[in-house]
Design a protein around this ligand. Structure first.
Ligand code: COA
Length: 589
């Protein structure tokens, strides 16, 4: 996100100060009418402000009316008190065909102490309303600063994740709830039906835009309102909203609609460090109808609440007794969703430098690991402070030393089409044809069409010493449009089925891979990236010369390999284990 206070992000490549034309800023002083009975800004009001700021930014880019299609998961880091000033900044990160990703940042300011803090960051998708001529084709956005380039590049990856999100979550819920068994019964548990809330709202002109469609923010605010009542009924206290899972607006609602909002507490959870429950998941659904017509499903969401004590520490919550059949299903699904949320937080929210080298791979975190893998490579690809270290026959080696890590970038051009280059390089089993370090390479599992886990063994560097082996997740992506490269991202993962063995030292790769840019139909720019871990840094940085000659020989061999196979289709047959087989194998361990 571009922040006004973070001046360096506004500097464009040419050194001039740049203000993104789609940027929209809203400042609001929090008044008692915006707050709940505890004097804190209601999350519903904040969601309304966020939605309208983001909608104005989307419409500024689109030049026409837009609707909220979805809002990605939001984690609220702080509450906001009456008298504080809230600043919301929204800007379009990228336009696709008729949809745009809008990045939203929310900060808060205490006017008396001049203290500022971040409240949350969110990504919303807005869609330009169809015209009589059909679907709108939005104009493309040109990123000017390094930060904008990064968000532009990551937006494509986030879009991929949100479009497969519902399907993946459904699959995960059905596979993980099957293993959870029966719900435990507790004597002192609160019956879930006590937390059930149903409320109706009539959509009036102030709730809608100039096109008579209900504001997405208004619907989110109504949903948050009923969810808060459900949460209060479980805890008999004032709950604080901590996070919301993705909102997806399935269909529009208009002035005159009756919106029926229903919520219930699905489950109350323990934190790993304590034995009592201290957070709860509330499920909430919004349906619309007019007159005698059937109700339309507009939105469903899951919100996580806590109750905080005077020191802002979570209080103990009662357990919940689910209703029979559907209630039990929701109770089990809430447990599975919590695991998915924790994995996501662990993998995505960690700063790149804090992510542990090898993250355990599991079908439930595959979507986030794949995102993390690709976005780490995209981040390296958007850096603009690489230093050219050596060049030989148009193979260039760049380095970048930062925060205890040394990154390499090797760049070369080949006379092979980008698609064929991608095809050849993304099958790691063929890498031994040009890279002598890839002595053995086997596919362990083909998680899906784009994610494969390999075991790779490299020879020993010293005579009689042990070789190294790696368990690598390779995530491949075709370009979203002409401004994206083909991409193959690699990172280490751990698998319980493949622990380290005595014969090999287990090596780890933090972030590596290729970006493949189409220069013309026959010329392709191939860039290879590798981020060396702190452990190997002292060995490498003293021998950049040795390093460049070994890179040069490897990449001229790579170029020869690509050119020799420029017209062939990969024939190597893959006999991978499916993700489901992998899950059962892990469960047997
Ligand atoms: N998250 C993000 N984008 C989504 C999405 C989701 N869950 N579902 C669809 N989209 C995007 C598609 O990727 C597509 O983008 P593109 O044109 O850039 O490729 C765009 O929405 C349109 O998709 P399309 O398949 O043409 O239409 P659809 O039938 O899927 O309808 C909406 C999508 C959003 C227009 C439709 O669901 C809708 O009208 N929702 C209600 C929106 C609304 O009124 N919101 C305010 C509150 S009610």
């Amino acid at each position: 996100m571009m922040s006004e206070r973070n001046g360096d992000h506004n500097v464009a490549e040419n050194g001039e100060t740049h203000r993104n034309p789609t940027e929209v800023k809203m400042c609001q002083i929090v008044l008692p009418c915006h707050s709940n009975h505890c004097g804190e800004l209601s999350a519903g009001q904040l969601l309304k402000w966020m939605d309208s700021t983001a909608c104005l930014s989307a419409e500024r880019h689109a030049g026409c009316s837009c609707v909220t299609a979805s809002v990605d998961d939001i984690h609220f880091e702080h509450t906001i008190g009456v008298g504080n000033v809230v600043t919301i900044i929204a800007k379009v990160n990228r336009a696709f065909t008729s949809s745009m990703e809008v990045g939203i940042s929310v900060t808060c300011e205490d006017l008396y102490t001049d203290r500022h803090w971040r409240v949350c960051q969110a990504f919303a998708t807005f869609v330009a309303r169809r015209t009589e001529a059909g679907k709108v084709q939005l104009k493309q956005l040109s990123p000017h600063t390094q930060m904008e380039q990064m968000e532009y590049s990551l937006a494509a990856e986030r879009r991929r994740m949100r479009l497969i999100h519902a399907e993946i979550i459904t699959d995960l819920l059905s596979s993980s709830t099957a293993q959870l068994g029966e719900c435990q019964e507790y004597q002192d548990a609160v019956p879930a039906e006590r937390t059930r809330v149903e409320s109706v709202e009539l959509v009036l002109p102030p709730h809608a835009n100039h096109q008579v469609s209900t504001f997405g923010g208004q619907i989110m605010a109504w949903m948050e309102n009923v969810a808060t009542i459900s949460a209060s009924r479980l805890c008999n206290a004032h709950p604080t909203l901590r996070s919301i899972d993705m909102f997806h607006f399935r269909g529009p609602s208009h002035i005159g609609d009756r919106l029926v909002l229903k919520s219930i507490v699905n489950n109350a959870f323990k934190h790993s460090c304590v034995s009592s429950c201290c957070s709860m998941e509330v499920g909430v659904c919004a349906e619309a109808y007019q007159g005698g017509e059937p109700q339309r499903h507009i939105n469903s969401a899951f919100m996580t609440f806590e109750v905080l004590d005077g020191d802002r520490k979570p209080c103990t919550l009662p357990r919940i007794r689910p209703e029979p059949v559907d209630g039990k299903r929701r109770y089990q699904e809430a447990i599975a969703r919590k695991k998915i949320r924790l994995d996501r937080k662990y993998i995505i929210s960690c700063k790149q430098t804090e992510v542990p080298l090898s993250v355990p791979w599991d079908p439930s975190n595959q979507m986030y690991l794949s995102y993390n893998n690709v976005s780490a490579l995209k981040l390296m690809d958007t850096r603009n402070n690489w230093v050219l270290t050596s060049e030989k026959n148009k193979v260039r080696l760049y380095t970048l030393e930062e925060n205890q890590t040394l990154c390499f970038k090797v760049e070369m051009y080949v006379s092979v089409s980008a698609e064929q280059t991608f095809h050849l390089l993304s099958d790691l089993r063929r890498r031994k044809e040009w890279d002598r370090h890839y002595e053995e390479c086997e596919v362990i599992t083909q998680a899906d069409e784009d994610d494969t886990i390999y075991r790779i063994a490299t020879p020993s560097v010293s005579k009689g010493g042990k070789g190294q082996d790696f368990i690598l997740l390779a995530s491949r992506r075709k370009p979203c449009d002409v401004r994206d490269p083909y991409l193959i991202a690699l990172r280490s993962v751990t698998l319980p089925t493949h622990p380290p063995t005595e014969d090999y030292n287990r090596g780890e790769v933090l972030c590596a891979g290729f970006t493949i840019w189409e220069e013309s139909s026959t010329v392709t720019k191939v860039t290879y990236y590798n981020q060396a871990t702190p452990g190997v840094l002292p060995y490498i940085s003293t021998d950049i010369v040795g390093l460049s000659s070994s890179f040069y020989s490897a990449f001229s061999a790579c170029s020869d390999f690509l050119e020799a196979n420029k017209d062939s289709l990969s024939t190597a047959s893959q006999q991978p284990i499916s993700a489901t087989d992998m899950l059962s194998l892990q469960n047997e361990q």
